[in-house]
Write a protein that binds this ligand. Structure first.
Ligand code: AMP
Length: 467
């Protein structure tokens, strides 16, 4: 089977062939660290976590690079509001971001690169753009002249003229040659709270788009395999990256495969910090396990939008329960059925093949998930009847473990030890229930809750969970 990927640049599904043998260099735009990450960010980062893990499973040697935008007007303004330095603010939200990422089981990133630790590389790119005539200097900074780059718009399908409406962040100078020109280097305004770095043009700070090409050039060179991000970044951000790097190197394409995730929306609107309609990863994880978020995201194709609602989450909770019940049954099965090829192997192979087929088709995770649920549906009655042999059970577990190395929600992660006191209270509650002393049993349940644990009565018995 060969992997096919939908490429935003060519607007086609293409067979995936890295630039060099089995080596894959992938860059995904990281967060701007001025606030807590929300579940919209998680959508994009979980999607790429799955993609990278799948590529590694297929034997590719993947280097996954992510930048941290630690300099930006939003950071500067927030720091001013909070009366802390930009650096303190950025570092503290970076730490929080990394904690969230870890809690969500996103552990595929090979390297994080901070924008402010690549000022030398950024300056070098701006110098080369000036030298080649793609950039010009005006009173407040150095700008990229989009009219000089004839391929401008090839990723987004937009022309330079249409770019007028899409300038953002620090690009709004009236002295620019074209409205769509963007800032590469912003001169220091003289305000002492504004961060600044020394450059050949005096003090200043980098523009937004240039940090990414400076970072990728350092680690990958002028061309690489995959660039990812959510679809809002196609224009102007990724378009600008192409314009910068291809103008500097004269080589194209900068990136062979461009992958863009759909938005996580809430009531149909993009979840975003600026709209204030967000749920932070931290708040989500106070209520639900990370498995819920991973399955919620993975059950939709990475390119499609996902609309968040409590109803959708409660459906995912049911699905996770179904998986858990199935796994408990599989693990507790003491099969006496004889091992025959007829009894087992062929069916499992079919599921494995179909799963791979789905993933090979542009990482079709919803289809892959449907196959897992089909397996559960098919095997469940065999488990109930005890008509499944040991080898089949072993194979099912092996298959699901290998799926979980990519998806990360099938098996519950190591549970925290339940303290003796809680266990004893749970036993007392069970005894009271047996004696039909419901009110007293409920009181004990409340006591357990106050101590930070929850009792769940499931068809497979009582479970204790840390809140
Ligand atoms: P930011 O911190 O806003 O620069 O965003 C970091 C990454 O998360 C970028 O790739 C964004 O496009 C992505 N992102 C932000 N909001 C959402 C959302 N609601 N759904 C999906 N991805 C998002």
């Amino acid at each position: 089977m060969s992997l096919k990927i939908c490429n935003t640049l060519t607007r086609k599904k293409e067979i995936f062939k890295p630039r060099k043998d089995k080596k894959v260099n992938i860059f995904v735009c990281g967060p701007t660290v001025y606030d807590y990450a929300h579940i919209g960010h998680a959508r994009t980062y979980i999607a790429f976590d799955v993609i990278v893990k799948y590529l590694r499973k297929k034997g590719y040697n993947v280097f996954y690079l992510q930048n941290i935008t630690d300099i930006d007007d939003k950071i500067i303004n927030r720091a001013k509001e909070e009366e802390v330095s930009w650096k303190e603010l950025a570092r503290s939200f970076e730490r929080e971001y990394k904690k969230d990422v870890k809690n969500l089981g996103i552990n595929s990133i090979s390297k994080y690169a901070r924008a402010t630790e690549h000022i030398k590389e950024i300056i070098s790119q701006v110098e080369r753009l000036l030298k080649k005539g793609f950039a010009y200097q005006i009173e407040d900074g150095i700008y990229y002249d989009i009219s000089k780059f004839k391929d401008y718009g090839k990723l987004s399908g937009r022309t330079a003229l249409q770019a007028e409406d899409a300038v953002s962040r620090i690009d709004n100078s009236k002295k620019k040659k074209n409205k769509g020109d963007f800032c590469l280097w912003k001169f220091w305004s003289g305000k002492d709270w504004e961060p600044k770095w020394r450059s050949p043009w005096g003090y200043g700070r980098p523009g937004w788009h240039i940090e990414d090409t400076a970072i990728t050039e350092k680690y990958f060179g002028p061309q690489y395999d995959i660039h990812g991000g959510a679809r809002d970044l196609i224009f102007p951000h990724h378009e600008a990256e192409i314009a910068q790097m291809e103008a500097i190197s004269g080589k194209k394409p900068l990136v062979k495969y461009w992958l863009h995730t759909g938005f996580l929306t809430i009531n149909g609107q993009k979840m975003s910090k600026s709209l204030g309609n967000f749920i932070t990863v931290k708040d989500f994880l106070k209520k639900y396990s990370p498995r819920i978020l991973r399955l919620f995201i993975i059950k939709t194709h990475y390119r499609s939008p996902i609309d968040y609602s409590e109803k959708a989450i409660s459906q995912v909770q049911n699905e996770i329960e179904r998986i858990d019940e199935f796994l408990e049954k599989v693990k507790s099965q003491k099969s006496k059925v004889k091992i025959t090829t007829k009894n087992s192997k062929l069916r499992i192979q079919k599921f494995k093949k179909e799963f791979e087929g789905a993933m090979e088709d542009d990482f079709n995770t919803p289809k892959a998930m449907a196959i897992i649920f089909e397996l559960i549906r098919e095997v469940n009655p065999l488990l109930d009847q005890g008509t499944i042999d040991k080898r089949a059970i072993k194979e099912i577990l092996e298959f699901l473990k290998s799926v979980d190395e990519i998806f990360g929600f099938i098996f519950e992660q190591k549970k925290a030890k339940i303290p003796k006191k809680i266990k004893k209270l749970a036993q007392r509650r069970a005894k009271l229930r047996k004696e039909k002393k419901w009110k007293e049993a409920d009181r004990v349940r409340e006591e357990i809750k106050k101590l930070g644990y929850e009792i769940q009565d499931t068809p497979l018995g009582t479970k204790i969970k840390k809140l």
